[in-house]
Design a binder for this molecule. Structure first.
Ligand SMILES: Nc1nc2c(ncn2[C@@H]2O[C@H](COP(=O)(O)OP(=O)(O)OP(=O)(O)O)[C@@H](O)[C@H]2O)c(=O)[nH]1
Ligand SMILES: [Mg+2]
Length: 241
């Protein structure tokens, strides 16, 4: 009888240990920050980039209604750039769908934000608003998530260079910061639920370099397969080979 009980106890302990080990492994995998997000307004080239990273092909894309995600082997001229495949998530840029990006920020290692360099003048407000939401996201702040602002469609004759885009966005975010924070000043603050993150330094015009997060601007053209800067940046942030 005694030996039966102890056998039963041992089996129970063994089963429980296996279950606990599995739970811990799942939790660890879930909290691993190894995802790269591909964000940006609709039509900026996110899905084109996602597909190009997978197989180097250029395909006709349509506006996305849901995320594309997958593990991709990053390589250049047949040479791997990282030891393991990288998890990428392309989040649709449609205004009503883009908020989904925050579902992934707890597991995000880096953000690739695509800008259409040929239409960014007319879209500057929307781009700045999206960037404001990203850089005030609590995970992006807490985990100091780096971002690459990839100025796409550089093949277009109307494309602006990254330096011009950076200055234009800094000016726009500066204005947006004033509007967002002053709108709050005029609200009844008794509810205490509204909170707007103040980006950058107080009493100084906004600059990307004032953020804690590392931010780079690069030009690229997904259609012309000029995406080496994006791949190298991902490999560098991930830790390379
Ligand atoms: N000229 C040029 N066109 C590009 C480039 N990259 C993408 N495009 C085109 O831009 C259009 C939109 O590309 P998508 O990849 O579907 O854009 P998206 O960002 O996924 O858009 P949503 O899914 O609506 O958020 C397509 O017609 C692409 O062929 C580029 O480097 N140069
Ligand atoms: Mg898309």
């Amino acid at each position: 009888m005694i030996s039966n009980i102890s056998t039963f106890t041992w089996i129970t302990i063994a089963i429980l240990s296996v279950i606990i080990a599995i739970i811990l492994k799942v939790l660890k995998t879930r909290s691993k920050k190894d995802t790269f997000l591909i964000l940006g307004l609709a039509d900026s080239g996110k899905t084109s980039l996602f597909i190009k990273l997978i197989d180097g092909k250029q395909v006709q894309t349509h506006t996305s209604m849901k995320e594309n995600e997958g593990y991709i082997n990053l390589e250049e001229n047949g040479e791997p750039l990282t030891k393991v495949p990288i998890h990428f998530v392309d989040v649709p840029g449609h205004e009503k769908l883009r908020f989904k990006f925050s579902d992934f920020t707890p597991i995000t290692r880096g953000i690739i934000f695509l800008v259409d360099s040929s239409t960014c003048v007319k879209n500057v407000r929307s781009i700045a608003e999206y960037l404001y939401d990203i850089f005030s996201n609590k995970d992006v702040i807490k985990n100091n998530i780096p971002a690459l602002i990839a100025c796409n469609k550089s093949d277009m004759i109307t494309a602006l260079p990254p330096e011009r885009i950076q200055t234009m966005l800094e000016n726009e975010i500066n204005q947006l910061r004033n509007t967002r924070t002053s709108a709050l000043d005029h609200q009844d603050s008794s509810s205490g639920t509204d909170y707007v993150e103040f980006l950058g330094y107080e009493n100084e015009r906004f600059k990307f370099e004032h953020l804690e997060n590392e931010i780079h601007f690069e030009r690229c053209s997904v259609n012309k397969n000029e995406i080496m800067e994006i791949k190298s940046w991902v490999a560098e942030v991930y830790g390379g080979l």
